[in-house]
Design a protein. Structure first.
Length: 115
């Protein structure tokens, strides 16, 4: 493997990041500096940390960055709960996006155990 771009967890993270980017465009402008900003940052953090960890020399450094990605995924799930509670998204949309977060999480766990 020569690049983080070959990692399945990174590819799935990119798909999730794009979906979150589309979702936040539909949120009220009053959330621009709070929920929207937070959701964009943590969805981007997932793939950023995978990429940075891949570039680290030691296994333990890579594992630490995978743990950061994992934390960002759980933060994103909490933001989805907020979106649902505030009625910005419906139950179906919430469940689909949460499932996608958990799919990235599973893929990330497999990848972090390889290195």
């Amino acid at each position: 493997m020569y690049s983080f771009e070959e990692l399945e967890c990174w590819k799935k993270g990119v798909e999730l990041r794009r979906e979150i980017s589309d979702l936040v465009k539909s949120l009220p402008s009053t959330e621009k500096y709070s929920l929207i900003s937070q959701m964009l940052r943590c969805s981007r953090s997932v793939t950023n940390n995978i990429a940075e960890g891949f570039g680290r020399f030691h296994y333990q450094e890579n594992a630490q960055f995978c743990r950061h990605s994992r934390g960002s995924l759980f933060e994103l799930i909490d933001h989805l709960h907020i979106c649902f509670d505030e009625k910005y998204i419906d139950q179906t949309q919430f469940e689909i996006l949460k499932f996608k977060c958990l799919t990235v999480l599973k893929s990330l766990t497999v990848t972090s155990n390889i290195y």
